[in-house]
Design a binder for this molecule. Structure first.
Ligand SMILES: C[S@@+](CC[C@H](N)C(=O)[O-])C[C@H]1O[C@@H](n2cnc3c(N)ncnc32)[C@H](O)[C@@H]1O
Length: 388
């Protein structure tokens, strides 16, 4: 079955860009079902590659290969092997990593996070769903994980016309998933956790901030989830306060802190409201992080997202001690480093604070940013230090 693309999209797809948008499609053969593998051809009928096609999807075409190769279990096994090789020797001090990151690893819609011997899997589009058995077999054989669960309950599936899907994929999956990050013993309950369970992508930033935190200092973890940043800072001897609106996540933070013989404070509520209260209480902090959810899912959301960053950062900067650090992070592809800097600049002006930019960081190596896939860059963080 063929899908013909317009000449305008040729160079992009041949240049390894994996998405064909609705405006790129000239025609498609009758009878193609959601997620079918198709041959992608140009207007001159020349072969370009193979991909998943979903006529109902917001992004109808997702390229798999530029070769005339069969899309079978061996194909998926090769791709998983390549993904694991890409990470070899890159990730240290932990038994948890993102083993497969979708288009960035040539596996559109497939995400797999490994936590010790257990794999967490998401199948996010109709093509991955159609090949569920092949993909799951490939992941099982190549990662060697003893057990796996699925958390395919993401908004992307809805946009593909798919139902939410969660459950055990193979092996014995305990309710509580355990793993390590440096000397911290971490865990979460996989059925109630957010996303695949844990934000592995902030690992390097958590370490960076912990290294800047001195014993006895006050650490503020805004949009904390299960408090990864707090726990690293508490391990350094800081007194920590985590803010989140997810009560279960804060419950996990408290349980994990106890299991590590640490104390970590937590406040439940809307971040902006709790920040306002903390300011009223005249609280002071030496190191802080702002790590909100994806505030800009579309380009149009950028101005509103910047306003939230500005408001939150202004609160924090007013409470930050001179010489203190603030890390501002976004996981939204559409927010650029410049947007974070703009928001921080306005916030510093409102707070009457002088600050310098100490570092700009990106996602770690197990979340590869592929040159040909601009969308694979999503995590950007700016580290500020207030003038002493
Ligand atoms: C990207 S996650 C944070 C990850 C965390 N920093 C870590 O290292 O594990 C964003 C968090 O923001 C929380 N959140 C979303 N909207 C919020 C709001 N209005 N107020 C407080 N927390 C919110 C979510 O519950 C989620 O835990």
């Amino acid at each position: 079955m063929n899908v013909t693309i317009k000449t305008q999209a040729l160079r992009r797809l041949r240049g390894r860009y994996p998405f064909g948008h609705a405006g790129d499609i000239l025609s498609s053969d009758a009878g193609i079902g959601p997620g079918d593998v198709v041959d992608v051809v140009g207007e001159d009928k020349r072969f370009i590659g193979r991909g998943y096609f979903n006529p109902q999807g917001a992004t109808p075409l997702r390229m798999l290969t530029l070769e005339r190769e069969d899309i079978n279990e061996a194909f998926y096994r090769r791709r998983v092997r390549q993904a694991l090789a890409r990470r070899a020797g890159e990730i240290h001090g932990t038994d948890a990593l993102r083993a497969v990151y979708a288009e960035a690893d040539g596996l559109p819609g497939v995400v797999a996070d490994q936590f010790g011997a257990v794999l967490a899997v998401q199948l996010r589009n109709a093509g991955a769903e159609r090949h569920r058995e092949l993909i799951v077999n490939a992941l099982k054989k190549e990662t060697g994980a003893a057990a796996a669960y699925e958390r395919s309950d993401t908004g992307e599936r809805r946009r593909e016309g798919l139902n939410m899907q969660t459950g055990v994929l193979w092996g014995e999956v305990p309710d509580r998933i355990r793993f390590h990050e440096d000397d911290l013993e971490l865990f979460f309950e996989w059925q109630s956790a957010q996303k695949t369970g844990f934000f592995l992508d902030q690992r390097d930033n958590r370490r960076m901030l912990a290294n800047l935190t001195q014993p006895g200092q006050a650490f503020l973890d805004v949009y904390s989830y299960t408090g990864g940043f707090s726990l690293h800072a508490a391990r350094r001897g800081a007194s920590t306060l985590a803010l989140d609106k997810d009560a279960a996540a804060l419950g996990t933070l408290e349980a994990v802190a106890r299991a590590n013989q640490l104390t970590a404070g937590a406040r439940l509520g809307d971040a902006l409201e709790v920040l306002t209260q903390l300011e009223r209480e005249k609280r002071r902090f030496d190191v802080a992080v702002l790590d909100p959810p994806t505030l800009a899912k579309r380009k149009d959301d950028v101005p509103a997202a910047k306003r939230i960053f500005t408001e939150a950062a202004a609160h924090v900067l007013r409470m930050l001690t001179p010489g203190g650090y603030l890390l501002i992070s976004t996981c939204a592809h559409y927010l650029r480093v410049d947007d974070l800097l703009d928001a921080a600049r306005v916030a510093a002006g409102e707070a009457g604070a002088a600050a310098r930019v100490v570092a700009v960081t990106y996602q770690p190596a197990d979340h590869p940013f592929m040159l040909a896939v601009p969308e694979s860059l999503y995590l950007k963080s700016v580290l500020l230090r207030t003038e002493a």
